[in-house]
Design a protein around this ligand. Structure first.
Ligand code: 5GP
Ligand code: MG
Length: 184
């Protein structure tokens, strides 16, 4: 286990198994339709890369960048769109992929942005869901794992842009959860 982790919540092997199952659920839902995947970066990068390799449908991939956290572990107001889509999503089946559903603010904002572009459909696939933290009502179509209200890192999820490369998902030790600029 990485020394900065307090506990491993989800191992590399269970991520791999669940990603395969999610891909099967997604293929069943879409039949042989083409899917326009919109991945919310940076958090969803690793999850998207692994999931897409298990999906056999024709896929178009685009990315969106949203900022909501800075380097702290608490949300700082309304999510801001930092980098928008380049693909046309009108009349396309859009599958939004994100790392974690927490308060629900980010995915609600993104879903509304996409809806205005008149896609044929919008569905959402979230690797993690912290159900207990919802401030905006939101239910994802596909969810990897439900997790408790703990700040997690790894497999794309960061703290101050670090730990995204960990192959598992774990809880960061609490004394490391202060923003670096406030650290001692
Ligand atoms: P929401 O808008 O649903 O509150 O937050 C979604 C975003 O908050 C995620 O995409 C992620 O960037 C961040 N976030 C929420 N909980 C965690 C967590 O436990 N760990 C990390 N690394 N990011 C989180
Ligand atoms: Mg994120």
């Amino acid at each position: 286990m990485h020394p900065d982790l307090e506990a491993v919540l989800i191992t590399e092997a269970s991520i791999r198994r669940r990603v395969k199952q999610l891909a099967n659920e997604i293929m069943k839902t879409y039949g042989d339709e083409e899917i326009t995947v919109v991945s919310i970066i940076n958090g969803a990068i690793l999850f998207t890369a692994d999931l897409l390799r298990q999906i056999e449908n024709p896929v178009r991939l685009d990315c969106m960048r949203i900022s909501s956290y800075g380097s702290a572990t608490k949300s700082i107001g309304t999510p801001q769109l930092v980098h928008s889509l380049t693909l046309d999503v009108k009349n396309r089946h859009v599958l939004l992929i994100d790392d974690i559903l927490d308060t629900g603010k980010t995915i609600s904002v993104v879903t509304e942005l996409i809806r205005k572009l008149h896609p044929a459909s919008i569905r959402t696939c979230m690797l993690l869901d912290k159900k207990g933290r919802r401030e905006v009502e939101f239910k994802a179509d596909f969810v990897g794992f439900e997790i408790p209200d703990k700040f997690v890192v790894g497999y794309g999820l960061d703290f101050a842009e670090r730990y995204r490369n960990l192959p598992c998902i774990g809880v960061l030790k609490s004394h490391l959860q202060n923003p670096p600029e406030w650290g001692h």
